[in-house]
Design a protein. Structure first.
Length: 630
């Protein structure tokens, strides 16, 4: 076993070293299915930008993902024969590209699937909004959040800044577009009317309670500000100012594809020639997110450069690579350059803190998050005693991280204390994923892991105690924890157990014991672990065949809570060593989530990072010492 573990570690280390870019980062794709590819074609055709090579390339990738029955899926084992929303988006984009006709057998099959599954009415809300913008779907007479909402001051119990930053970035341009009922059609616009089943009438299922709320917003504002016409004008102006103030250097709005796509159309509503260069730069910013996967062009939702680089730098060092090794030095210098120095919206709920966090992408300068901050700080940890600039960055990062703890003791992703109960009333599909930013066991666990292992803060510290209570409070009855940003209960349980043990909670604690027993109970016969993307929608663990990443999470959690290797650990390690070079659908299966049932992420780096961490922790804890350098 000893030689095999060393060989496995060396194998992974060499791959990662070889794939580092000149800048010191790792540029693995952030892959999210076909939706962004479809929207890029629709955007280019709507704006009459004839980038034919890009449109053709995207069309090829979209078709390469089509199932035999004509549908598209968003993950391998998705229930049913396909995903209606993804199929509708693909059908529309391919038609709009101009390179495929309705008579094409592949489009005929897609059309049959859409109609057989309820038609375009059954698509996701955000897809319907895209269809409304491009003239394929009627804007509702009443949009659930009036544009005037942005005018409410932060002193009000309900206001714009209580939405998550992701919610603000995407909802604001929609509110501007909905208020204008904006439509942009071109001579190339296809006719999708056959996808809307005529016997169905579209109704907006907004409760009277919510209509009363929106009336209260506008009535209250009229008393403060003035006449309704003045409110609309002021709200539009403020909405435009907000978007322009949050554009990154590459032209994107918050560095997200969806919010930038929507912003472009929202800016067009102002009919201002001075905005044309901004719109053009935004389009070019989206084009800059293109990547190549298996020979096909893909539009990334954002880039994952900082996330990948921080995780890999830390994993290499855990494997015994010195912090003075050129690979680590280059990676950490890249991370130092990406630390944030600007104030973002996070300061509204955290006014006493100074910038110091890290964001997810290389583009991001104003929207740091807790997970990227702890990941970057782990990467820098071993060099802070010898490098003054690293020490300064470290101090700023730790202070920002501690300042982001919620009142409930947990850590959110982007902004503290924004998980307001009124958000659950919003008649917005998947509002809990789009509009809220609650603390979660995975984020809190990973934060505790960093603080316990790298700052030596332990349970007596008030912040640690509050974090521990948050994790214990959110354990499921079966012993697992839900992971908001990964798939899913395996991810959450790994983060919770490694976090609790790092801050001094004993493995004999009831919560950890229950978590360990749950992991052992769901281990597959081949020694690995796997979990379906269906878990998040089901609200419970749904098993899957074993995957490298899921197995690594489970093994790492067991190692953290076990003084000696147990049978389950050894079987898991054996699975990893046997399958490190595996290449099949399980290695391309999404391991990250953004929105249950609709948005999943395939991190190309995870199949290397997490097995390397599990093998390294196994070696460091259970095998003979004296093997600091691999």
């Amino acid at each position: 076993m000893k030689d095999k573990v060393h060989d496995g570690i060396n194998y992974l280390v060499n791959i990662l070293k070889r794939e580092q870019s000149e800048s010191g980062s790792w540029e693995y794709p952030f892959e999210t299915g076909i939706s962004t590819d479809c929207y890029m074609i629709i955007l280019l055709r709507s704006l009459e930008i004839d980038d034919e090579n890009l449109i053709k390339e995207l069309g090829k990738r979209i078709l390469s993902r089509q199932e035999k029955n004509g549908a598209w899926k968003i993950f391998y084992d998705e229930e049913g024969d396909g995903n209606l929303t993804a199929t509708l988006e693909a059908y529309y984009a391919l038609l709009y590209s101009g390179y495929y006709e309705k008579s094409d057998k592949r489009l005929r099959a897609a059309r049959r699937f859409i109609v057989a599954n309820g038609g375009a009415h059954k698509a996701h809300l955000f897809t319907k909004i895209m269809l409304a913008i491009t003239g394929q779907y009627k804007w509702p007479d009443f949009f659930p959040i009036p544009l005037e909402f942005i005018l409410l001051p932060t002193s009000f119990p309900i206001n714009f800044y209580q939405l998550s930053v992701f919610g603000r970035a995407n909802l604001l341009p929609i509110m501007i577009l909905a208020e204008q009922k904006f439509i942009l059609k071109t001579e190339r616009s296809p006719d999708l009317s056959e996808l809307f089943l005529r016997e169905e009438e579209e109704t907006e299922d907004y409760s009277e309670e919510w209509r009363d709320f929106t009336s209260l917003v506008t009535d209250g504002l009229e008393k403060i500000v003035g006449l309704p016409s003045q409110l609309k004008k002021r709200a539009r102006t403020k909405g435009k100012q907000y978007m322009l103030a949050h554009i990154e250097k590459d032209g994107t709005f918050y560095s997200y594809f969806s919010s930038t796509f929507l912003m472009i159309f929202a800016l067009i509503t102002f009919n201002d020639k001075r905005l044309q260069p901004i719109i053009k730069r935004a389009v070019n910013g989206l084009k800059g997110m293109r990547t190549t996967i298996n020979g096909y062009t893909h539009m990334q939702y954002t880039t994952a450069s900082v996330w990948n680089t921080s995780l890999i730098s830390y994993a290499l060092q855990e494997a015994g690579i010195s912090s003075e090794d050129e690979v680590v030095v280059k990676a950490n210098q890249y991370l130092i350059q990406k630390q944030h120095h600007l104030y973002g919206d996070w300061v509204i709920h955290n006014s006493n803190a100074s910038p110091g966090g890290w964001g997810f992408s290389n583009i991001n300068t104003i929207n740091p998050d807790v997970d990227d901050t702890t990941a970057s700080l782990r990467a820098l940890a071993r060099s802070v005693t010898t490098n003054f600039s690293h020490r300064q960055a470290w101090d700023r990062g730790v202070l920002w991280l501690l300042s982001m703890q919620n009142e409930d003791g947990g850590w959110p992703a982007f902004e503290k204390n924004t998980n307001r109960s009124f958000l659950k009333l919003l008649p917005i599909e998947k509002a809990e994923f789009i509009l809220a930013d609650p603390a979660s066991p995975d984020l809190t666990g990973r934060t505790l892991h960093f603080l316990g292992d790298f700052t030596n803060l332990k349970a007596p510290h008030p912040a640690i105690q509050a974090g521990v209570r948050s994790i214990l409070r959110n354990q499921e009855k079966d012993g697992s924890w839900y992971g908001r940003w990964g798939i899913c209960y395996l991810y959450g349980t790994w983060a919770a157990i490694t976090g609790l043990t790092a801050v001094g909670v004993l493995p004999s604690h009831t919560a950890i014991s229950k978590g360990i027993e749950w992991l052992k109970r769901i281990q597959n016969k081949d020694g690995g672990w796997g979990e379906s993307c269906k878990s998040d929608s089901a609200g419970k663990f749904v098993p899957l065949v074993s995957t490298l990443t899921h197995t690594a999470w489970a093994v790492d959690a067991l190692i953290a809570a076990s003084e000696r290797p147990m049978k389950a650990i050894d079987k898991g390690i054996d699975f990893l060593l046997t399958h490190l070079d595996r290449e099949d659908w399980t290695t391309a299966y999404p391991k990250g989530q953004g929105m249950a049932g609709d948005f999943y992420i395939h991190y190309h780096s995870y199949r290397y990072i997490y097995p390397l961490l599990a093998l390294s922790h196994y070696k460091n804890k259970y095998m003979a010492s004296g093997h600091k350098n691999i």
